[in-house]
Design a binder for this molecule. Sequence first.
Ligand SMILES: [Fe+2]
Length: 244
Amino acid sequence: METKGYTDIHTHILPGIDDGSKDWEMTENMLRAAVMQGVETIIATPHNYPGRTPQDSDKIRRLCEETQKIGQKILPSLRVMAGNEILYRPEVTKELASGHALTLADSSYVLIEFLPHESFRVVSEGMNELLENGYYPVLAHVERVKEVFDSEENISRLLRMGCCLQSNCGSLMGNLFDRRSARLRKMITKRQIHFLGSDCHDTQSRPPVYDDCIRSLKKKISQDILDQLLYTNPKQLQSDDCIL
Ligand SMILES: [Fe+2]
């Protein structure tokens, strides 16, 4: 099967570990859907919430290996790498250092989530702490964090600090009158979004959408910007090069 070689950096595709895939059957169906959407590299990012979801990094790595084996029956070049979507808390750098929280694909990039109504002060201080400890923080689904997404000034501040921003493919697929999609497309045009992710949780309500989103972007965004977003940045993440 032909692949477009996309990298999905935000997925809940591992079975039975968070609110994503429920079992191996669902994981296999999600893999098929992801491959149909042009994805060749998947970073599994189960939620990492203290007290709510398991923080067993060895288990995550084992599940990635198994998931990759199943995926390679669908697409032999498919890779599944370990990661986490980490809900920010002050202990996060210690947990990363001790292996209780995982970076993306063993790089220095960290997918970090904040609650939608978190204050910009907490967001910027949290991101700064990660930067000071040598990580490249990637803000998960920037469109959900109100005090960031609603303020061009706050977005610029995070970018100047050296933070990366991730958007969900599904958020970009609104029509012409969808303000959130329009704003995200504008941010992509200004190279303010560094990564896309499906944030897939299942095959029905939050499926692995990727190429459907890219096809809608192709009419509006230049190819060189898309190439950077879809290929250059994910490649640099995997080789642990700084993209900013
Ligand atoms: Fe997620």
